[in-house]
Design a protein around this ligand. Structure first.
Ligand SMILES: [Ca+2]
Ligand SMILES: [Ca+2]
Length: 499
């Protein structure tokens, strides 16, 4: 009797306490609460995602359900079509043409412009946040310990090793290095990205008690496309569909563009070894694997009870060609190499700038840049502005998918080679002055270069106004010592446990 009375009293006092806590922490207005940020990066994922419809066999139920929960940008473009310059620009908000960080071998923190640049997580730390993370956020060779309070596996080693098959290369290509693919007999738990997700889920459930910027960087579908066999199961080789390709597509591309495509390189090797279908199969399988990890992290967030208090942004660092224009990888200025999935979820009442939150299932078709992520986060979380930023806040588009937006999306590959993407056009201008123009109203695959057609002169002129005025020289070159560091990092991350 006494015991049950005690229990009742405890329940009553606990309920009272809950009411009090709820009352004390309930925000008078949105700005009183600092939202958490879950910042999910995926490496080398193009538009082969269900909601972007880039490939009929793309199967990404988890990225799709995230998109349905918030706003999907269907035309988001990288600042540079390579890991290092894209990520350096995204994380600092400063364009390659301003920083001189154009390519992968440019150690970005050595650029005089970026040396003291305040990265996104640094800006959050300066505003009372804890910045933590795991996985690939910066390019592998150039992690940034200054960006984090805590990182796993370590501030200078962003990701754990991946399993590697004993009988490489699986795709039979000579001198493949990581240009290799196929199923491996590894368990999910052996995979670096699974361990990264585990760590992030652990932090979500245990430790988000103060405003936290939590980064989660997935490495697949970056090469090599080695993922556990089960992700290949529903993709029989004889049913794999190649991307849409036009024969002789490069015939109307100027030499500067053909040089980027390198048709005698990867494409010749892949087709000669009869590996095109296997490559597409392995990329699709790698995308499925990563999508599963995204799903685990989203489930972790929901189970943590913090979802209502967390802004989510998901992005990938650039697109990828798998034989379109006889081109493979990124490193070029076309739609497929520059387009990336980008998704935002802002819960209701979290942001003064977007009190209603994002409306589930919204699609924004306006072309935007990944350099817009930084100012958007500042805007949504009510942080002080960072004057160095060159992007612009996406908040107007998050609030209204049809909001006015004049600026085309800019992508730069190497010094003074640029692409501008407007609603209907892609305009490419190479350093030697040669051009491509594609009219997406009737040419979504960018097969017909209309740069020389008189009626498009005005379109080119209007777009050219948005080309950067300054194109600083390459400011940082890879040093011998960096090459050594890179080699060691590579060893650390690729020679892991054998499956
Ligand atoms: Ca990448
Ligand atoms: Ca063509």
């Amino acid at each position: 009797m006494l015991k049950s009375l005690n229990r009742s009293l405890r329940v009553v006092s606990l309920s009272l306490a809950c009411v009090l806590v709820a009352t004390f922490t309930a925000p008078a207005r949105a700005a009183d609460v600092k939202p958490n940020v879950l910042f999910i990066a995926i490496d080398d994922l193009n538009d082969w995602v269900g909601v972007l419809d880039g490939h009929p066999q793309a199967h990404t139920p988890n990225i799709d359900r995230l998109a349905k929960r918030g706003v999907l940008f269907t035309r988001a473009y990288c600042a540079a079509p390579a890991c290092n310059p894209s990520r350096a620009a995204l994380m600092t908000g400063i364009l390659p043409s301003t920083s001189g960080v154009y390519l992968n071998p440019n150690p970005w923190r050595q650029s005089p412009v970026l040396k003291n640049a305040v990265t996104i997580p640094q800006h959050f730390m300066a505003h009372g946040y804890r910045a933590i993370g795991s996985g690939k956020i910066y390019h592998g060779a150039y992690p940034d310990p200054a960006s984090w309070d805590n990182y796993w596996p370590a501030k200078n080693q962003q990701r754990p090793p991946d399993p590697s098959p004993p009988n490489k290369p699986l795709n039979t290509l000579p001198n493949t290095r990581h240009f290799d693919w196929g199923p491996i007999d590894a368990k999910d738990a052996d995979m670096g990205d699974v361990q990264v997700a585990d760590w992030v889920i652990g932090k979500l459930t245990q430790e988000i008690n103060k405003p936290t910027f939590l980064a989660c960087g997935f490495y697949r579908p970056h090469l090599p496309w080695f993922v556990p066999r089960k992700y290949f199961n529903d993709l029989p080789l004889d049913g794999v569909q190649l991307p849409k390709v036009l024969k002789n597509d490069l015939d109307d591309v100027p030499p500067a563009g053909v040089k980027m495509a390198r048709p005698q390189g990867d494409h010749a090797r892949v087709t000669k070894a009869n590996q095109w279908h296997r490559a597409v199969q392995a990329y699709l399988a790698s995308v499925r694997f990563t999508d599963a990890q995204v799903g685990r992290v989203l489930d972790g967030l929901d189970a943590s009870g913090k979802a209502d208090h967390t802004i989510i942004v998901l992005w990938t660092d650039h697109g990828w060609n798998l034989g379109e224009k006889q081109h493979w990888r990124k490193f070029a200025l076309w739609e497929n190499t520059t387009r990336t999935p980008m998704i935002w979820v802002v819960p209701k009442g979290l942001s003064d700038k977007l009190v209603a939150g994002t409306k589930p299932g919204t699609r924004v078709d306006t072309p935007v840049s990944l350099t817009d992520i930084y100012p958007t986060l500042i805007d949504l979380c009510g942080l002080k502005p960072n004057k160095a930023l060159q992007g612009q806040s996406l908040t107007p588009l998050l609030a209204d998918a049809n909001a006015k937006w004049d600026r085309p999306a800019l992508t730069t590959h190497g010094r003074n080679n640029h692409a501008l993407r407007s609603k209907h056009f892609r305009y490419i201008r190479y350093a030697d002055g040669s051009e491509e123009l594609y009219d997406h109203r009737n040419d979504p695959e960018e097969w017909t270069n209309v740069a020389g057609v008189a009626k498009y002169a005005k379109v080119k002129r209007e777009l050219a106004k948005w080309l950067p005025k300054d194109n600083v020289p390459v400011m940082v070159k890879e040093k011998k010592s960096d090459k050594k560091v890179k080699k060691n990092n590579k060893k650390k991350t690729e020679s892991g446990a054998k499956p």
